[in-house]
Design a protein around this ligand. Structure first.
Ligand SMILES: [Zn+2]
Length: 329
């Protein structure tokens, strides 16, 4: 069985391979799903077909457009990360001996009953060392997902993150820092962004205060901070808590020419109709105090490409594939 430090090191090595600027939720969602299975006392290895629907649903909800199509990639590719230190596959020999680049199709994975899971020495440590599973899950969540979505993802998987705040191993006590080595956030970012937009949600105008303090108002990163987005006003939007969540879920984005709110065709407003969220579709955002503070095109392009759930509602057009320019109709 591996020690807590060794297990955390294996997961951290996968994390470090994350390419700056790219939102890639496939691997972390598979890892979190596997952690939830361990926490629920399920067997170490699982057939791909048994988790396929769950992965599809998670990627559709929390991933960029079309992410679910490649949901089986990490099930295969994680096995070569760190020379198999993190993920083990079991199945017919002629499939397993394929070169790493020859990813089996969804049909092949199902037909050959391929199974995957953490190697026995990691699986045992996760089950036996109190607090280790939670520490790994928190690190993965913080490394890959914005704060607005972390609790929803954990809840969606049934992952219980409550637990010891330190990892305790039998024998000599090992105290592990359970916080991630995140890029440091600029503590002034929130204040500067809220001030730029005069302390109101730039989508709906929400501006409640409790006493002198703005309440339920947040500074959202347009290009997410944990994938390289800077803490500057042109990468920020002042949003109420609801619009911050909807923005990070890709329900809407902002187009760069007239800074209009663009809702996704996937965002459906049920009974409330035009009086609901969709009333903001096509409206310009409440502008910041000065033009220099407006959202910059490169960050808006990142958000449209990486987070927004395409296609856009009319009359807006999604940027052509392989093109960084965004046009509005
Ligand atoms: Zn709002």
């Amino acid at each position: 069985m591996k020690s807590a430090i060794e297990v955390l090191d294996v997961f951290d090595n996968i994390r470090r391979a994350q390419r700056a600027g790219v939102y890639a939720p496939h691997k972390p969602l598979l890892i979190l799903l596997a952690l939830a299975r361990v926490q629920h006392g399920k067997p170490r290895l699982v057939e791909f077909s048994a988790i396929d629907d769950r992965l599809k649903q998670l990627l559709a909800e929390f991933g960029p457009t079309g992410a679910a199509k490649s949901r089986h990639y990490p099930f295969w590719h994680l096995a070569t990360d760190g020379h198999g230190a993190l993920w083990e596959l079991s199945g017919p020999r002629d499939i397993l001996k394929r070169p790493a680049g020859a990813t089996p199709s969804l049909t092949e994975l199902r037909a050959h009953h391929l199974k995957g899971g953490f190697p026995a020495n990691i699986d045992a440590a996760l089950r036996q060392i109190p607090g280790l599973l939670q520490a790994v899950a928190l690190r993965v969540l913080e490394a890959y997902f914005p704060a607005t979505l972390q609790a929803d993802i954990a809840a969606g998987l049934g992952l219980d993150l409550e637990g010891p705040t330190e990892v305790r191993e039998a024998g000599p006590l090992t105290t592990v820092d359970t916080s991630t080595q995140r890029r440091r956030r600029d503590p002034g970012f929130r204040e500067r962004v809220l001030r730029a937009y005069e302390y109101r949600c730039c989508v709906c105008g929400f501006d409640l205060r409790i006493g002198l303090s703005p309440a339920g108002l947040e500074a959202a990163h347009i290009q997410w901070h944990h994938v390289g987005g800077p803490d500057i006003e042109p990468n920020g939007l002042s949003l109420c808590s609801l619009h911050h969540k909807l923005f990070d879920l890709g329900a809407f984005t902002v187009e760069p020419s007239e800074h209009r709110v663009v809702f996704s065709q996937h965002a459906i407003s049920g009974g409330r109709g035009v009086a609901g969220e969709l009333q903001f579709h096509g409206r310009p955002i409440h502008a910041p105090q000065h033009g220099d503070l407006l959202p910059a095109p490169e960050f808006l392009a990142w958000n449209w490409k990486s987070v927004f759930k395409k296609p856009a509602r009319v009359p807006f057009k999604d940027p052509a594939p392989n093109s960084s320019s965004i046009t509005s109709g």
